[in-house]
Ligand binder design. Sequence first.
Ligand code: HSE
Length: 291
Amino acid sequence: MVRVIVPATTANLGPGFDTMGLALDMYTEVIMETGGEGIRITSEGEGSEELSCSEDNLIYKCAKKLFDSVEYEPKGLSVRIINGIPLSRGLGSSASAIIAGLLAAREISAANISDYELLKMATEVEGHPDNVAPALFGGFVLSRMEGKEIIYRKIDVDDKLLAVVAIPEFELPTEKSRAILPRAVSREDAIFNIGNASLLVYSLLMKDYSLLRKAMNDRLHEPYRIPLVPGLEEVKRRALGAGAFSAALSGAGPTVIAFADEHNSESVRSAMEEGFRSAGIESDVRILSLN
Ligand code: HSE
Protein backbone atom coordinates (compact mmCIF):
# COMPACT_ATOMS: atom_id res chain seq x y z
CA MET A 1 0.00 0.00 0.00
CA VAL A 2 1.30 3.47 -0.79
CA ARG A 3 0.10 6.84 0.41
CA VAL A 4 1.00 10.12 -1.27
CA ILE A 5 0.11 13.64 -0.22
CA VAL A 6 0.39 16.40 -2.84
CA PRO A 7 -0.09 20.15 -2.30
CA ALA A 8 -2.40 22.59 -4.01
CA THR A 9 -0.67 25.24 -6.09
CA THR A 10 -1.22 28.79 -7.23
CA ALA A 11 0.06 29.49 -10.73
CA ASN A 12 1.07 32.66 -12.57
CA LEU A 13 1.44 34.89 -9.47
CA GLY A 14 0.43 37.72 -11.75
CA PRO A 15 3.05 38.05 -14.49
CA GLY A 16 4.39 34.46 -14.63
CA PHE A 17 1.74 33.07 -16.97
CA ASP A 18 2.30 29.33 -17.48
CA THR A 19 5.79 29.57 -15.96
CA MET A 20 5.54 30.29 -12.22
CA GLY A 21 3.83 28.37 -9.45
CA LEU A 22 3.85 28.12 -5.70
CA ALA A 23 2.77 25.22 -3.47
CA LEU A 24 0.25 25.88 -0.70
CA ASP A 25 -0.55 24.23 2.59
CA MET A 26 -3.67 22.44 1.29
CA TYR A 27 -3.51 18.86 0.03
CA THR A 28 -4.92 15.92 -1.82
CA GLU A 29 -4.12 12.47 -0.48
CA VAL A 30 -4.16 9.21 -2.40
CA ILE A 31 -3.89 5.69 -1.01
CA MET A 32 -3.18 3.09 -3.67
CA GLU A 33 -3.03 -0.65 -3.24
CA THR A 34 -2.72 -3.62 -5.56
CA GLY A 35 -4.67 -6.86 -5.16
CA GLY A 36 -8.32 -7.86 -5.25
CA GLU A 37 -10.47 -7.83 -8.34
CA GLY A 38 -10.39 -5.14 -11.05
CA ILE A 39 -10.16 -1.40 -10.47
CA ARG A 40 -11.83 0.20 -7.44
CA ILE A 41 -11.80 3.98 -7.04
CA THR A 42 -13.39 5.89 -4.18
CA SER A 43 -13.27 9.57 -3.41
CA GLU A 44 -14.07 11.64 -0.36
CA GLY A 45 -13.61 15.28 0.58
CA GLU A 46 -13.74 18.31 -1.71
CA GLY A 47 -15.76 17.80 -4.90
CA SER A 48 -16.17 14.06 -4.28
CA GLU A 49 -19.62 14.16 -5.87
CA GLU A 50 -18.05 15.49 -9.08
CA LEU A 51 -15.02 13.23 -9.26
CA SER A 52 -15.37 10.22 -11.51
CA CYS A 53 -14.85 6.87 -9.81
CA SER A 54 -14.41 4.97 -13.05
CA GLU A 55 -11.43 4.48 -15.33
CA ASP A 56 -11.62 8.04 -16.64
CA ASN A 57 -10.65 9.33 -13.18
CA LEU A 58 -7.63 11.61 -13.70
CA ILE A 59 -5.60 10.07 -10.86
CA TYR A 60 -6.22 6.58 -12.20
CA LYS A 61 -5.48 7.64 -15.80
CA CYS A 62 -2.13 9.11 -14.74
CA ALA A 63 -1.27 6.01 -12.71
CA LYS A 64 -2.07 3.88 -15.76
CA LYS A 65 0.06 6.13 -17.97
CA LEU A 66 3.04 5.45 -15.73
CA PHE A 67 2.29 1.72 -15.41
CA ASP A 68 2.04 1.42 -19.21
CA SER A 69 5.31 3.30 -19.72
CA VAL A 70 7.17 0.68 -17.67
CA GLU A 71 4.99 -2.26 -18.81
CA TYR A 72 3.74 -2.93 -15.30
CA GLU A 73 0.35 -4.52 -14.93
CA PRO A 74 -1.08 -4.41 -11.41
CA LYS A 75 -3.18 -7.41 -10.40
CA GLY A 76 -6.20 -5.52 -9.15
CA LEU A 77 -5.93 -1.93 -7.98
CA SER A 78 -7.71 0.16 -5.41
CA VAL A 79 -7.40 3.94 -5.34
CA ARG A 80 -8.75 5.91 -2.39
CA ILE A 81 -8.82 9.68 -2.91
CA ILE A 82 -9.13 12.06 0.02
CA ASN A 83 -9.26 15.46 -1.61
CA GLY A 84 -8.76 18.71 0.26
CA ILE A 85 -8.42 20.97 -2.79
CA PRO A 86 -11.54 22.69 -4.16
CA LEU A 87 -12.06 21.78 -7.84
CA SER A 88 -11.94 24.21 -10.79
CA ARG A 89 -11.02 27.15 -8.58
CA GLY A 90 -7.49 27.98 -9.75
CA LEU A 91 -5.78 26.04 -6.97
CA GLY A 92 -4.19 23.35 -9.10
CA SER A 93 -6.52 20.50 -8.15
CA SER A 94 -5.93 18.72 -11.46
CA ALA A 95 -2.16 19.20 -11.24
CA SER A 96 -2.21 17.68 -7.75
CA ALA A 97 -4.31 14.78 -9.03
CA ILE A 98 -1.88 14.19 -11.92
CA ILE A 99 1.16 14.24 -9.65
CA ALA A 100 -0.57 12.07 -7.02
CA GLY A 101 -1.46 9.42 -9.64
CA LEU A 102 2.06 9.38 -11.09
CA LEU A 103 3.83 9.33 -7.70
CA ALA A 104 1.65 6.57 -6.28
CA ALA A 105 2.08 4.48 -9.43
CA ARG A 106 5.85 4.99 -9.42
CA GLU A 107 6.04 3.72 -5.88
CA ILE A 108 3.67 0.78 -6.40
CA SER A 109 5.52 -0.39 -9.51
CA ALA A 110 8.99 0.44 -8.09
CA ALA A 111 9.64 1.98 -11.52
CA ASN A 112 12.99 3.58 -12.13
CA ILE A 113 11.60 6.94 -13.23
CA SER A 114 13.31 10.14 -12.13
CA ASP A 115 11.45 13.16 -10.79
CA TYR A 116 12.34 14.95 -14.00
CA GLU A 117 10.80 12.20 -16.16
CA LEU A 118 7.74 12.32 -13.92
CA LEU A 119 7.53 16.11 -14.34
CA LYS A 120 7.64 15.65 -18.12
CA MET A 121 4.84 13.06 -18.00
CA ALA A 122 2.75 15.38 -15.81
CA THR A 123 3.35 18.36 -18.11
CA GLU A 124 2.32 16.26 -21.11
CA VAL A 125 -1.04 15.70 -19.41
CA GLU A 126 -1.52 19.25 -18.11
CA GLY A 127 -0.10 21.11 -21.13
CA HIS A 128 2.05 23.52 -19.09
CA PRO A 129 4.36 22.98 -16.11
CA ASP A 130 3.47 25.89 -13.78
CA ASN A 131 1.14 23.92 -11.48
CA VAL A 132 2.57 20.41 -11.76
CA ALA A 133 6.15 21.51 -10.96
CA PRO A 134 5.40 22.97 -7.49
CA ALA A 135 2.88 20.17 -6.86
CA LEU A 136 5.80 17.76 -7.32
CA PHE A 137 8.65 19.69 -5.73
CA GLY A 138 6.90 22.03 -3.28
CA GLY A 139 7.93 25.67 -2.90
CA PHE A 140 8.11 28.34 -5.59
CA VAL A 141 9.07 26.85 -8.93
CA LEU A 142 10.00 28.64 -12.14
CA SER A 143 9.60 26.47 -15.21
CA ARG A 144 9.63 26.75 -18.96
CA MET A 145 8.92 24.21 -21.69
CA GLU A 146 11.41 23.74 -24.49
CA GLY A 147 9.82 21.23 -26.82
CA LYS A 148 9.35 18.19 -24.63
CA GLU A 149 12.05 19.27 -22.20
CA ILE A 150 11.43 21.50 -19.18
CA ILE A 151 13.88 23.92 -17.63
CA TYR A 152 12.98 24.49 -14.00
CA ARG A 153 14.38 25.81 -10.73
CA LYS A 154 12.93 25.80 -7.23
CA ILE A 155 13.41 28.85 -5.03
CA ASP A 156 12.97 28.80 -1.28
CA VAL A 157 10.45 31.38 -0.14
CA ASP A 158 10.25 33.11 3.23
CA ASP A 159 8.16 30.92 5.53
CA LYS A 160 6.74 34.04 7.20
CA LEU A 161 4.87 34.94 4.03
CA LEU A 162 1.23 33.86 4.16
CA ALA A 163 -1.18 33.28 1.30
CA VAL A 164 -4.75 34.48 1.79
CA VAL A 165 -6.90 32.66 -0.74
CA ALA A 166 -10.46 33.79 -1.39
CA ILE A 167 -12.22 30.82 -2.99
CA PRO A 168 -15.56 31.86 -4.46
CA GLU A 169 -18.48 29.48 -4.49
CA PHE A 170 -18.54 29.14 -8.30
CA GLU A 171 -16.30 27.01 -10.49
CA LEU A 172 -14.44 28.24 -13.56
CA PRO A 173 -13.17 25.51 -15.88
CA THR A 174 -9.58 26.17 -16.94
CA GLU A 175 -10.43 25.57 -20.63
CA LYS A 176 -12.99 28.37 -20.50
CA SER A 177 -10.56 30.69 -18.77
CA ARG A 178 -7.85 29.95 -21.36
CA ALA A 179 -10.17 30.17 -24.35
CA ILE A 180 -10.78 33.86 -23.61
CA LEU A 181 -7.08 34.78 -23.94
CA PRO A 182 -5.77 36.45 -27.11
CA ARG A 183 -3.38 34.48 -29.32
CA ALA A 184 -1.00 37.43 -29.68
CA VAL A 185 0.05 40.22 -27.32
CA SER A 186 1.63 43.60 -27.91
CA ARG A 187 5.33 44.26 -27.45
CA GLU A 188 4.51 46.78 -24.68
CA ASP A 189 2.56 44.17 -22.75
CA ALA A 190 5.27 41.54 -23.22
CA ILE A 191 7.91 43.98 -21.92
CA PHE A 192 5.70 44.94 -18.99
CA ASN A 193 5.36 41.27 -17.99
CA ILE A 194 9.05 40.45 -18.46
CA GLY A 195 9.92 43.34 -16.15
CA ASN A 196 7.38 42.36 -13.53
CA ALA A 197 8.24 38.66 -13.61
CA SER A 198 11.88 39.60 -13.01
CA LEU A 199 10.96 41.98 -10.18
CA LEU A 200 8.72 39.33 -8.64
CA VAL A 201 11.57 36.82 -8.44
CA TYR A 202 13.86 39.49 -6.97
CA SER A 203 11.21 40.47 -4.45
CA LEU A 204 10.68 36.90 -3.23
CA LEU A 205 14.39 36.07 -3.19
CA MET A 206 15.37 39.24 -1.34
CA LYS A 207 12.22 39.33 0.85
CA ASP A 208 11.67 42.85 -0.48
CA TYR A 209 7.88 42.82 -0.34
CA SER A 210 7.54 46.54 -1.01
CA LEU A 211 8.00 45.57 -4.67
CA LEU A 212 5.40 42.82 -4.75
CA ARG A 213 2.39 45.03 -5.32
CA LYS A 214 3.64 46.37 -8.63
CA ALA A 215 5.56 43.22 -9.55
CA MET A 216 2.43 41.07 -9.46
CA ASN A 217 0.60 43.18 -12.02
CA ASP A 218 -0.05 41.33 -15.24
CA ARG A 219 -1.09 42.19 -18.76
CA LEU A 220 -1.10 38.80 -20.46
CA HIS A 221 -4.03 36.99 -18.88
CA GLU A 222 -5.64 38.66 -15.86
CA PRO A 223 -7.24 41.65 -17.64
CA TYR A 224 -8.94 39.29 -20.12
CA ARG A 225 -10.30 37.14 -17.31
CA ILE A 226 -12.00 39.97 -15.39
CA PRO A 227 -15.40 39.30 -17.01
CA LEU A 228 -15.22 35.66 -15.88
CA VAL A 229 -14.62 36.52 -12.21
CA PRO A 230 -17.19 38.96 -10.85
CA GLY A 231 -15.69 40.78 -7.88
CA LEU A 232 -12.06 40.18 -8.91
CA GLU A 233 -11.04 43.85 -9.02
CA GLU A 234 -12.92 44.67 -5.82
CA VAL A 235 -11.44 41.72 -3.90
CA LYS A 236 -7.94 42.77 -4.98
CA ARG A 237 -8.61 46.41 -4.13
CA ARG A 238 -9.89 45.54 -0.66
CA ALA A 239 -7.03 43.11 0.03
CA LEU A 240 -4.51 45.83 -0.78
CA GLY A 241 -6.50 48.34 1.26
CA ALA A 242 -6.27 45.99 4.25
CA GLY A 243 -2.48 45.89 3.95
CA ALA A 244 -1.78 42.89 1.72
CA PHE A 245 1.60 43.06 -0.02
CA SER A 246 -0.06 42.12 -3.30
CA ALA A 247 -3.07 40.39 -4.81
CA ALA A 248 -3.77 38.58 -8.07
CA LEU A 249 -5.93 35.98 -9.71
CA SER A 250 -4.78 32.50 -8.64
CA GLY A 251 -4.00 30.44 -11.74
CA ALA A 252 -6.87 30.56 -14.20
CA GLY A 253 -9.20 31.69 -11.38
CA PRO A 254 -11.69 32.24 -9.94
CA THR A 255 -9.77 32.19 -6.61
CA VAL A 256 -8.01 35.42 -5.73
CA ILE A 257 -4.73 35.18 -3.82
CA ALA A 258 -3.15 37.87 -1.68
CA PHE A 259 0.15 37.80 0.16
CA ALA A 260 0.29 38.98 3.75
CA ASP A 261 2.04 38.24 7.02
CA GLU A 262 0.91 37.32 10.51
CA HIS A 263 0.16 40.97 11.34
CA ASN A 264 -2.28 41.70 8.56
CA SER A 265 -3.52 38.33 7.27
CA GLU A 266 -6.71 38.35 9.37
CA SER A 267 -7.79 41.80 8.18
CA VAL A 268 -6.91 40.86 4.60
CA ARG A 269 -9.04 37.73 5.03
CA SER A 270 -12.14 39.68 6.09
CA ALA A 271 -11.58 42.34 3.43
CA MET A 272 -11.44 39.74 0.66
CA GLU A 273 -14.58 38.01 1.93
CA GLU A 274 -16.38 41.36 1.91
CA GLY A 275 -15.03 42.09 -1.57
CA PHE A 276 -16.66 39.00 -3.05
CA ARG A 277 -19.80 39.59 -0.98
CA SER A 278 -20.14 43.08 -2.47
CA ALA A 279 -20.37 41.36 -5.87
CA GLY A 280 -23.05 39.02 -4.51
CA ILE A 281 -20.70 36.07 -4.19
CA GLU A 282 -19.98 34.01 -1.08
CA SER A 283 -16.43 32.81 -0.65
CA ASP A 284 -14.37 30.63 1.62
CA VAL A 285 -11.30 32.67 2.54
CA ARG A 286 -8.38 30.78 4.06
CA ILE A 287 -5.04 31.83 5.40
CA LEU A 288 -2.44 29.31 4.27
CA SER A 289 1.25 28.91 4.82
CA LEU A 290 3.39 28.15 1.82
CA ASN A 291 4.34 24.52 1.35
N1 HSE B 1 -1.17 29.12 -16.20
C1 HSE B 1 -2.45 28.50 -16.28
C2 HSE B 1 -3.48 29.53 -16.70
C3 HSE B 1 -2.82 27.94 -14.93
O1 HSE B 1 -3.44 30.65 -16.20
O2 HSE B 1 -4.31 29.22 -17.55
C4 HSE B 1 -4.09 27.14 -14.95
O3 HSE B 1 -3.89 25.87 -15.44
